[in-house]
Design a protein. Structure first.
Length: 353
């Protein structure tokens, strides 16, 4: 009989946590396991729920706070061999449910650096940190995306480091590769991010104003700051150089149409969008943020500026756009280090630890 594995996510929207578990569900889709992805809200969907061999279960509760009894009933009936959860509110929900059930392998994935997030979410972050400190003890292991995140969680929650496993995020293979041939004199930049405060998109507008006129920017993503960012773009007279796409589903293909990916975040766990950019051979210029030191090899696939060094960030963008890059080597390197098979195997090893 196949061992049942349940991966619990808020939805299938285009967030980093959702993407990682959607990919992992495909890794675990093999003879040994019966894989189910449990959704709190299936109405929000960017990734496909039609994957052969994988069951997608919609609790249809919309919010984690209303999901306790449905999730408890499901897990009690199915008796899974392993349960993986991700995102703070889903980790807390899963731990609470599993206080009343016996699950042989209970594994959480932390989605961000909790100390850094306090700066942007205040009381909300303190709420999640308080309950995470208490309920994280229920898990066999907590996956951290970087050593920096591991240290932060260990210090804040008082969890011993051997229970905190550093596993970076995986990348799925794509045949897409950036074309060498420039189509115009324009330097095409792209940022793919949720339009919220911690992503730092606002400060990118300041940088764009200082860049030459032939530098154009595509902003892909949605979020609470969309309207204010559009207003700022008009105010700074950048409307002819900045395009807002909203949510996109074909992220690697869209990135491949550009010369450079930029990342302006104040805080990250392990930026998936950088993985996606490198997977199609597009270099990245980023501020120094969680996980980026594990991804960027200076001068080989991008550059890193120190936080708050806007002038340095601008100069690195110009340097990157003037440099010839080996797109094939960038693509090959990221797969060599972060392929789904390699990262998935590390997750699977946790079931036998």
């Amino acid at each position: 009989m196949k061992k049942k594995i349940f991966l619990i996510v808020p939805s299938l929207r285009s967030g980093g946590s959702e993407r990682v578990y959607w990919l992992l569900s495909q890794y675990f889709n093999k003879e040994e396991y019966a894989v189910s992805v449990v959704l709190i809200n299936a109405k929000e969907q960017c990734f496909s729920s039609k994957v052969e061999g994988i069951s997608f279960i919609d609790l249809n509760t919309i919010k984690a706070s209303k999901s306790f009894f449905k999730l408890y009933t499901l897990l009690k009936a199915e008796k899974p061999y392993a349960v993986f959860s991700t995102a703070d509110h889903i980790n807390i929900l899963t731990a609470m449910v599993c206080c009343f059930l016996k699950v042989p392998n209970l594994i959480a994935r932390a989605s961000n650096n909790p100390q850094q997030m306090k700066k942007f979410y205040g009381k909300k972050a303190n709420f999640y940190n308080y309950f995470s400190r208490f309920f994280f003890t229920r898990f066999n292991f907590i996956v951290c995306q970087s050593g920096e995140m591991q240290q932060s969680i260990s210090n804040l929650y008082g969890i011993r480091t051997e229970k905190l496993k550093v596993i970076p995020n995986p990348v799925l293979h794509t045949s897409i590769l950036k074309d060498y041939t420039p189509t115009s004199e324009k330097k095409r930049l792209i940022i793919v991010a949720r339009l919220s405060a911690e992503k730092g998109v606002g400060r990118l507008l300041d940088v764009m104003r200082e860049l030459p006129e032939n530098y154009v920017l595509t902003i892909a993503g949605n979020g609470p700051l969309m309207d204010s960012l559009k207003a700022e773009t008009e105010l700074r007279k950048l409307s002819d150089r900045i395009t807002f796409l909203g949510e996109v589903s074909d992220v690697p293909a869209k990135i491949a149409q550009h010369d450079l990916m930029v990342l302006c975040s104040f805080t990250e766990g392990f930026p998936n969008v950088v993985l996606e950019s490198l997977s199609v051979g597009v270099p990245v210029v980023s501020y120094r943020v969680g996980g980026i030191q594990d991804l960027i090899r200076e001068g080989f696939n991008g550059y890193v500026a120190e936080q708050d060094d806007a002038e340095g960030f601008k100069q690195l963008i110009m340097q990157a756009c003037a440099k010839p890059w080996s797109h094939e080597q960038i693509k090959a390197d990221v797969y060599n280090r972060f392929s789904l098979d390699k990262i998935g195997q590390v997750y699977e090893d946790l079931l036998h630890a």
